[in-house]
Write a protein that binds this ligand. Sequence first.
Ligand code: ZN
Ligand code: ZN
Length: 344
Amino acid sequence: MLPGTAGSLAVEEVDDPQPGPGELLVDGLAVGVCGTDKEIAGGEYGWAPPGRRRLVLGHESLGRVRQAPDGSGFETGDLVVGVVRRPDPVPCGACAHGAFDMCRNGRYTERGIKQLDGYASGSWCLAPDFAVRLSPDLGNAGVLVEPTSVVAKAWDEIERIGSRSWFEPERVLVTGAGPIGLLAAMLGRQRGLEVHVLDQVRNGPKPGLVADLGATYHCDGFDAAVAGGRPDVVIEATGVAPLVVAAMANTASYGIVCLTGVSTPGRSVSVDAGGLNRSIVLENDVVFGSVNANLRHYGLAADALAAADPAWLARLVSRRVPLESFAEAFESRDGDVKVVLDLQ
Ligand SMILES: [Zn+2]
Ligand SMILES: [Zn+2]
């Protein structure tokens, strides 16, 4: 893939990776494909490593350790996921404290996205500090660890923000039933909360996936989704501007809105900014943005997936595409939830 050049996505032979001192050599099993990958493939996003034109794609990894140095804490055969982001070289204060998901200077790098080759290859190297060992029982569902790490971080932040005062949330609204929304809903149900999920589609796998979590599916717009009561927590996973505004304006008192969807800039909606400010102030509401994840969140994600229903997780992966048919993984098809590229 040549970042910035649409249509340059290709499968190519490259030299076998040579693990550096202390690094693991990992056989790639699968990578998940998400909106970020499609943006990179479309030439709209992504950066090649310095001095090169080509970037290996893939940030939602799953692999099996082929070779692990003594003392690395890993063994041959371990099922692992690689963390996406690496701290910036300065490093900023956040990166210096392992909070590279909160990098302040933007000079972080990301495998498969920003200046580091990704995980969509038959083998890859990985420093043990950025490797997460999974329970072997997780199997193919391990490819969901990276997207789950994003919502594990979101929930962790929600709970930290809530804990600034008395906080016993009951009702959660998740907007968007893509992989991020569904995984956010799953983590809400694991916390014993009443979860509502809003999406547009009436058919396909999403309504059933939501129902089988013990959550309520809504597809008649925002107002209908909150008619039964205003949510204590909203996780916004669409980036659709009117939904973002509706979420901010319709929480219960002491509400928390976590924005995870990346919007397209340049779209205006008319907002009663005074009314919105008034409701946020008078209710002690919080609206915050959340992106990416650090090593601790990957651990939380692996634990959440290990506690989930394996059959439900298997249904979340709605399509598996062999590497030689890679282009099909970048098409959007009816019934898609998470599409995965098989590397073996
Ligand atoms: Zn992704
Ligand atoms: Zn930083």
